[in-house]
Design a protein around this ligand. Structure first.
Ligand SMILES: CC(C)(COP(=O)(O)OP(=O)(O)OC[C@H]1O[C@@H](n2cnc3c(N)ncnc32)[C@H](O)[C@@H]1OP(=O)(O)O)[C@@H](O)C(=O)NCCC(=O)NCCS
Length: 177
């Protein structure tokens, strides 16, 4: 069973190692991870195994629809209204994949969005992961702008900005993997 727990500052070196292994084309500095953790700790979680090793992480934060943050930059002020939870990244090491870990984290995020009155989850699906997110109900953002295209460009080419409405969850969806 996958168990997510809140991320702590001392998890960040292990988080960085996973990010460097799984996302070599999307490098981010540890200061940028620390900025996201300080900005919205409720959205930042890790998977720790029985030996105390970190095997996965996820960063999400309150943000503005259609205006995703730039890669490897501190967040700064919101560029618009606080109207979504933006999933910046989720990464699980291969040995813990396929056990519902991503689904469980998403359900937890959705519960968080509901509790904060945020109507949508947003994310940037990196090249090759589009199908995964569409399978989980994410769709193309309905009102793309030139600014969205410019922000997306900081991640390179071939990535997509996707969105999913927040729906009502059963309580059990956020508790089991
Ligand atoms: C993306 C990732 C977090 C998914 O982790 P996971 O443990 O496989 O997720 P889950 O077990 O919750 O799978 C959720 C569903 O997606 C399906 N799925 C998994 N990988 C898929 C893929 N590449 N394409 C399509 N569907 C996929 C699963 O079969 C499952 O469906 P089911 O519930 O009907 O069985 C993991 O593969 C990963 O860390 N990848 C590398 C980092 C990455 O690309 N992150 C995303 C950045 S946008």
């Amino acid at each position: 069973m996958i168990l997510w727990r809140p991320m702590r500052g001392d998890d960040l070196p292990a988080v960085l190692r996973i990010a460097e292994t799984l996302h070599p084309d999307y490098p981010e500095r540890i200061e940028v991870f620390a900025d996201k953790l300080a900005f919205f700790p409720a959205g930042c979680r890790v998977v720790e195994d029985a030996d105390g090793a970190i095997r996965g992480y996820a960063f999400a934060h309150v943000w503005s629809q259609g205006l995703p943050p730039l890669l490897d930059q501190p967040l700064g002020p919101l560029p618009g209204p606080a109207d979504c939870l933006h999933l910046h990244d989720i990464a699980l090491m291969p040995q813990i994949r396929g056990h519902g870990g991503a689904t469980l984290y998403l359900n937890q995020l959705e519960a968080l969005a509901q509790a904060r009155g945020l109507p949508a989850l947003t994310l940037i699906a990196i090249k090759g992961q589009d199908g995964f997110w569409r399978g989980l109900g994410f769709k193309e953002f309905i009102a793309p702008t030139a600014e969205l295209t410019a922000r997306l460009g900081s991640y390179g080419s071939g990535n997509s900005y996707l969105c999913r409405d927040v729906t009502k969850l059963k309580e059990s969806d956020t508790q089991t993997a």
